[in-house]
Design a protein around this ligand. Structure first.
Ligand SMILES: NC(=O)c1ccc[n+]([C@@H]2O[C@H](COP(=O)([O-])OP(=O)(O)OC[C@H]3O[C@@H](n4cnc5c(N)ncnc54)[C@H](OP(=O)(O)O)[C@@H]3O)[C@@H](O)[C@H]2O)c1
Length: 275
């Protein structure tokens, strides 16, 4: 990738752990100024060049207020990284009334609102880079994580539309799609156990166990952070990049292009122990 030089003020959501924290450490070490968010700022790191921001993606008024205050403090952002995320695990039938909207706020409407807030300044500066951390779940939707998979797919699809709409501008946008990454996300996954879940047993239990098992081969968050730093320095970054262990990021993504959707679905049933 050819290199470009942004002058590096970054607004990054989800800086308190996992991928976001790994990105913060790399960028601050490289001398960038990062405004990083968490709902509870006491979870955020203390580092030279790091500026803590309290932000809850499920609170639209808070998003606007937090971003605007940080933009004033920083003088405007060169880079927006939509990284924060969480998972609510349940059969779709239970999720519809118990978390689907929350997942869409956290993983879709919140990030889009930040993009809406960040774009005018990027246009004014005639420079800017947006990174949306979605997921390989866009290509391989995860059973019982339907809200998560759908919200990530929606953000990925909007990313493609926006890239087209930004034609002729110097603003770049990359959809980063991680596979399993060894972070707090699995332990923090909210597993719903409502009466509506009962008809899905024992498949629900099998799928949850398979997800935990898959995580044993997860890559380190530093691998994703390295990729994000490389993308930030690239003059002409690719629209979409998968990252993770070799099986997920290379073999599975290639297989999904070559195999029929029916075959992919059979593979997923086998992987998640669904029968
Ligand atoms: N780990 C994986 O296997 C994996 C795979 C594919 C994609 N991803 C994506 O990568 C991104 C980072 O995840 P991670 O694995 O690094 O998870 P993580 O270690 O659990 O970190 C998640 C971050 O998001 C923040 N967050 C969660 N819900 C939020 C909300 N409603 N409002 C504001 N901030 C919120 C958390 O902050 P506080 O809780 O401190 O507020 C935390 O900083 C997510 O978008 C995730 O979907 C992860």
């Amino acid at each position: 990738m050819a290199t470009a030089s942004y002058s590096k003020t970054v607004f990054l959501t989800g800086a308190s752990s996992g991928i976001g924290l790994a990105v913060v450490k790399r960028l601050c070490a490289a001398g960038w100024e990062v405004w990083g968010t968490a709902r509870n700022v006491s979870r955020l790191p203390v580092l030279t060049g790091f500026h803590p921001v309290a932000l809850d993606l499920n609170d639209p008024e808070n998003i606007a207020a937090a971003f605007s205050a940080a933009a004033v403090e920083s003088g405007g952002f060169d880079v927006l990284i939509n990284n924060a995320g969480d998972v609510i695990n349940a059969p779709l039938e239970a999720l519809v009334q118990n978390g689907l909207r929350a997942q869409m706020e956290t993983l879709f409407f919140g990030p889009l609102e930040l993009i809406r807030l960040a774009l005018p300044e990027m246009r004014r500066r005639k420079a800017g880079m947006i990174i949306n951390v979605t997921s390989l779940a866009v290509q391989f939707p995860i059973p019982f994580n339907s809200g998560y998979s759908a919200a990530k797919a929606a953000l990925s699809s909007c990313s493609e539309c926006l890239r087209l709409e930004l034609t002729g501008t110097p603003i770049r946008l990359v959809d980063v799609q991680p596979g399993d990454v060894s972070t707090e996300i699995l332990n923090r996954t909210k597993e719903l156990n409502l009466p509506e879940c009962a008809p899905y047993e024992p498949m629900l239990a099998h799928a949850r166990a398979a997800e935990a098992d898959k995580m044993k081969a997860a890559c380190a968050p530093e691998k994703v952070a390295r990729l994000i730093q490389k993308l930030l320095n690239a003059g002409n970054p690719p629209p979409r990049v998968a990252v993770g262990n070799f099986f997920e990021a290379r073999l599975a993504t290639t297989a999904s292009r070559l195999l029929s959707r029916g075959m992919v679905e059979r593979l997923q049933r086998w992987m998640y122990g669904l029968k």
